[in-house]
Design a protein around this ligand. Sequence first.
Ligand SMILES: NC(=O)c1ccc[n+]([C@@H]2O[C@H](COP(=O)([O-])OP(=O)(O)OC[C@H]3O[C@@H](n4cnc5c(N)ncnc54)[C@H](O)[C@@H]3O)[C@@H](O)[C@H]2O)c1
Length: 270
Amino acid sequence: MGNNLLKGKRGIIFGALNEQSIAWKVAERAHEEGATFVLTNAPIAMRMGEINNLAEKTGSKVIPADATSLEDLEKLISESMEILGGKIDFILHSIGMSVNVRKGRHYTDENYDFTMKGLDVSALSFHKVMQTSKKLNAMNEWGSIVALSYIAAQRVFPDYNDMADNKSYLESVARSFGYHYGVSDKVRVNTISQSPTMTTAGSGVKGFNEFINFSEKMSPLGNADAGACADYCIVMFSDLTRYVTMQNLFHDGGFSNTGVTQEVIEKFSS
Ligand SMILES: NC(=O)c1ccc[n+]([C@@H]2O[C@H](COP(=O)([O-])OP(=O)(O)OC[C@H]3O[C@@H](n4cnc5c(N)ncnc54)[C@H](O)[C@@H]3O)[C@@H](O)[C@H]2O)c1
């Protein structure tokens, strides 16, 4: 049951691939909270067809768009305004991909074409989405834009590879674009730094199962799951957080401020 937190709001949700996707959960919650929105994903992801089930369930239209293509983004954003009947109140950027990770290239042996592709998809696309929406004057005042990040932007998690650099860039774009978008249109821009979560993108990282268990033990509240992340996104899209902008917001059960936990210490007792 929703609380009408997003009643009357219009949005665009990037990145719902399957039921595990964080964006999928956000779409379900946004629907419950009274929002209308367009779902989008890369044309290649559409082939799996699962997004159509989500669209049906939430009464949404699907518009394919490669988030690295300015042409696709222009089409997506203008058509969304037509379909939804006005300017946009919220955008979720839930997109990440590293070719180096996929192809098993070590961080110290990157293929730089792969690196550039991953950077474009995972980070620069966030700038592209906002630059396009700004040029099209597509956002309502007090609108909210959120991208999903990970703590490897601040600290080393070796197997996260070049995604760590991509997330640092993503968080920097949130600050810089957030400044300009705030001044010009009162639009807020934030990143949510989420716990490791069992999804297609997450499980692509080497040693993910062990890592998710470690993170669970290192978080006083345990790992936040995709549903809880969706709840946080909804609050960030709502009018209850109108003065939060240019922030990287940790949603991680306390992991980011924990040096060690008793449970982890006990694993080392001899
Ligand atoms: N799963 C985790 O452990 C975790 C933790 C913190 C942050 N995140 C971030 O959350 C976000 C969502 O990932 P997820 O875990 O839900 O996995 P996911 O695999 O379900 O979502 C990633 C999405 O990115 C989309 N995508 C890839 N290339 C694209 C392109 N060129 N244009 C448009 N879309 C494209 C994919 O189709 C997919 O829908 C990502 O930014 C990810 O880095 C995930």
